[in-house]
Ligand binder design. Structure first.
Ligand SMILES: *Cc1c(COP(=O)(O)O)cnc(C)c1O
Length: 402
């Protein structure tokens, strides 16, 4: 069997249609979109306008001039947060977010805290949810921004974004959402959601790496993150990455077009994998919700008495790709901040594995994982001093009463 790739929350393969859509901009149409006094540049400028229009349509934006291309999802998040903070600092210095945001959001907030801003990190419940009521209670006179992710990349929790956006609007506070994991996995329409700003990243929906987008609703005042030239209506300097933007636009177009059938397929694969693992392996805990409010492609389970890294090594030997947390978090010894926030005890948080299926995941691949995983966990537990102590009755199980 070929490599079983079940880490689609980390990145996705680039689709052939996306490559085809990018090729003209790596070959014939190489002009600078700002050099409009000759046809080489004009072609690029025209293409850029069309791509912007296509992206606006895909996310339901009212106008294409609300679409700003960036070099990543991380940049879009950083810009949204720092850009609002600096543009509105005379009005206030308070920002509201949650404890389970992506590191791009948490890192930007921590930077602002060191520079005179105050950040409220909202708690989440055991499945990772914040409520609109919690958000409302945290709003103060000096609150200038609320930033809460649409869907969590580690445990798949889909937050009540529309309701939170309503609260923000009632209090005249700007609302940003990181929708990087949501695109391609649930319907996203910026006007229906009522958000002021939304981030996405092409490589999470079969586009190329190194290109993202920030939607900024007309009328929202934001400071630049990158200063210099007049690109992106003077808001973000840098010669446009036309090939990357074409890849983003195509990936998005396909993701939106095939959303219903993709979602149905991924949900089927997810449930087969999730239920199969929970049935076959003892002393486990599902992380994140087990209902409609879970991303259609995410499975995150903690396996007691074993280390996530050891599981990953053995999965790799079986040619299966998964993750022991977010890619940024794995490699550090601290357990994931998301698992800590939902109250997973340290002891079992270390033994957590995230599988994220894709639209091309097959029944055979899931069967293969369901055959391998119980063997891997059995072998690792057979070598685990903790498991031995547990079997001798000297250690309590954390998952027993779940
Ligand atoms: C991947 C990811 C990002 C970062 O996007 P990059 O393009 O890789 O910088 C931000 N937020 C979430 C939720 C993500 O999953």
């Amino acid at each position: 069997m070929k490599t079983v790739y079940l880490d689609n929350n980390a990145t996705t393969s680039i689709s052939p249609e996306v490559v085809d859509a990018m090729m003209p901009y790596l070959t014939d149409i190489w002009g600078n979109a700002s050099s409009v006094f000759y046809s080489v540049g004009q072609k690029a400028e025209t293409a850029l306008a069309e791509l912007r229009e296509s992206v606006a349509k895909s996310i339901g934006a009212a106008r294409s001039n609300e679409i700003y291309f960036t070099a990543s999802g991380c940049e879009a998040d950083n810009w949204a947060i720092k850009g609002i903070a600096f543009a509105h600092k005379r009005k206030g210095n308070h920002i509201i977010t949650t404890k389970i945001e992506h590191h791009a959001v948490l890192g930007a907030c921590e930077f602002l805290e060191k520079n005179g801003f105050e950040v409220t990190y909202l708690d989440v419940d055991k499945d990772g949810f914040v409520t609109p009521e919690q958000v409302e209670a945290a709003i103060k006179d000096n609150t200038i921004l609320i930033t809460i992710m649409t869907a969590n990349n580690e445990i798949g929790t889909i937050e009540p974004i529309k309701e939170i956006a309503e609260v923000a609007k009632n209090h005249k506070v700007i609302f940003h959402t990181d929708a990087v994991q949501a695109i391609g996995h649930m319907p996203i329409n910026v006007q229906e959601l009522g958000v002021d700003m939304l981030s996405l990243s092409a490589h999470k929906f079969h586009g190329p790496k190194g290109v993202g987008m920030l939607y900024i609703r007309n009328g929202v005042r934001i400071e630049n993150l990158i200063h210099g030239g007049g690109q992106e209506r003077g808001k973000r300097a840098a010669t446009e990455n036309l090939a990357g933007i074409a890849g983003l636009a195509k990936g998005l177009e396909i993701a939106v077009k095939n959303l219903d059938s993709n979602m149905a397929h991924m949900k089927k694969m997810r449930d087969k994998l999730m239920n199969g693992l929970l049935e076959r392996i003892d002393y486990v805990k599902l992380n994140g919700p087990d209902d409609e409010r879970r991303l259609c492609n995410n499975v995150n389970i903690s396996y007691e008495f074993v280390e996530g890294e050891s599981i990953l090594m053995r999965l790799n030997m079986a040619d299966i790709c998964a993750s022991s947390g977010s890619a940024c978090a794995s490699g550090s010894l601290d357990p994931s901040h998301v698992l800590m926030a939902i109250g997973v005890p340290h002891e079992i948080a270390h033994g957590s594995i995230r599988f994220s299926v894709g639209e091309d995941t097959t029944d055979e691949e899931i069967d293969y994982v369901l055959e391998k995983m119980p063997q891997i966990i059995d072998r690792l537990r057979a070598m685990s001093p903790m498991y031995e102590e547990f079997e001798e009755g000297k250690l309590e199980s954390f998952t027993k009463n779940l």
